[in-house]
Design a protein around this ligand. Structure first.
Ligand code: AMP
Length: 416
């Protein structure tokens, strides 16, 4: 990894400790970086209830993901030809499983309940039929709710990537960004509004968004929206959208809270479950034994390894991720942090720098990293354990994308 002020021990470590990550056990001899991370008052530990064996798994041979069998080709869905061309130009050769099953149902106007994770192609599963409907009837209006600003932005970007040469307008309505420019965009009456529930409700309250005109409602990552406390905002919004709407409801998990919404929000939905493998098959997972005092050093040692190219590091709190980031920058790494405490335009800038390879290490909290789609992350490092297994699966799904092998390392703290 690029490190313009690589500390002398970094190079040594790469040579001395080249045979496996689990070697990082004892404290490192160099004290400079270690002290930056050392904080005797920090006794909190995260994800303590998750058994260590959950974090260890060999990657499956990569050919396995090619074997998914689907019934339809994109031509079978009856899409407008210009849209079909944009799909092909984007390089999509055949539908993913969720697209194969959901698109025909969405196209006949049926409600859909999709149990599927990010990474399955679910964005295009709702985006393509929506764009097709707009081409065929430009008076139709659509609203898409997502839990985080980043996910909303990603959905908007994915939609835009299919609308080349088409008169389809989409706008983003998220917190932390300039509201006046969003109001200006909304006054131009876009076909599709994508956003987070809080800001959308806010602009609904000011009568800038007219929910009574919405024909289709998409609720993406409902489980996460509930976790984030958006339930009242969502109910408020959904109540204002006409009952004869079409509703597309996606959630990675199904628990009682999510289930309780299905009957009120959906009418006779087509239920589509995409078996989520417990973990991404092409992600090699391992643990790294650390102790409270040497975590920072161990992280630097790993980052200095040749094969560690582009890394997403997860920390438990905003304070921790900022601290890790500052320490890595001081050490000479091209690093930055991403968390909910940063202004939205700053978050977007940092994310873009990571995507464009101007940053090699991004340190993030779960909330900021949800739904991130960055193609070439070589390693995910759980500096702090996730709070639950779902979050773990989600975190490690950021690597090993697009048929490449990824690595996930989870720091497990020795008590001694
Ligand atoms: P999503 O689950 O919507 O976040 O999509 C995950 C990734 O898969 C994104 O990078 C998409 O651009 C990509 N993707 C979605 N559908 C297809 C497809 N049919 N063929 C190839 N890539 C796809």
């Amino acid at each position: 990894m690029y490190n313009n002020r690589r500390p002398s021990y970094g190079g040594q470590n790469r040579n001395n400790q080249s045979n496996g990550f689990r070697k990082f056990n004892g404290p490192n001899s160099n004290s400079q970086q270690r002290n930056n991370f050392r904080n005797p008052r920090r006794k909190r530990s995260f994800g303590v209830n998750l058994a260590t064996h959950l974090f260890i798994k060999k990657a499956e041979p990569i050919t396995k993901i090619e074997e998914v069998i689907v019934k339809n080709s994109f031509e079978d869905f009856g899409f407008d030809r210009a849209l079909l061309k944009n799909v092909k130009d984007k390089g999509y050769i055949k539908p993913t499983k969720i697209q194969d099953e959901a698109i025909p149902e969405v196209m006949i106007g049926r409600d859909v309940l999709g149990i599927a994770n990010t990474g399955t192609g679910k964005t295009a599963a709702f985006a393509l039929p929506i764009i097709d409907q707009i081409i065929k009837n430009p008076n139709k209006r659509f609203i898409i709710l997502a839990p985080t600003r980043e996910l909303a932005q990603q959905i908007k970007d994915e939609i835009r990537s299919f609308t080349f040469d088409l008169r389809v307008y989409v706008t983003l309505v998220i917190g932390g960004s300039n509201m006046q420019s969003q109001i200006r965009d909304l006054r131009r009456d876009p076909h599709i509004i994508v956003g987070t529930p809080g800001r959308i409700k806010d602009l609904g309250n000011r009568r800038i968004i007219d929910f009574s005109r919405m024909d289709v409602l998409v609720l993406d990552e409902v489980d996460r929206m509930l976790d984030m406390g958006f339930i009242n905002d969502i109910r408020w919004i959904v109540n204002l959208i006409p009952n004869n709407r079409q509703t597309l409801f996606f959630s990675a998990t199904m628990d009682r809270k999510v289930e309780s919404l299905i009957d009120t929000f959906l009418y006779d939905p087509a239920k589509i479950t995409i078996e989520s493998q417990k973990t991404s098959d092409n992600v090699e997972q391992d643990v790294v034994m650390v102790n409270r005092h040497n975590k920072g050093d161990v992280l630097i040692d790993i980052l200095n390894k040749e094969e560690v190219k582009k890394v997403l590091v997860f920390g438990a709190t905003q304070r921790i991720v900022d601290k890790i980031s500052n320490n890595l920058i001081d050490t000479g790494f091209r690093a930055d942090s991403l968390h909910g405490g940063k202004a939205q335009n700053k978050r977007q800038r940092i994310l873009k720098m990571f995507k464009d390879n101007h940053i090699d290490v991004l340190i993030a909290t779960d909330v900021a990293a949800r739904g991130l789609d960055v193609a070439d992350i070589s390693h995910v490092i759980n500096y702090d354990k996730p709070n639950n297994y779902e979050d773990y699966i989600h975190r490690i799904g950021r690597t090993g994308r697009a048929n490449s092998k990824g690595y996930a390392l989870t720091f497990v703290e020795n008590k001694y």
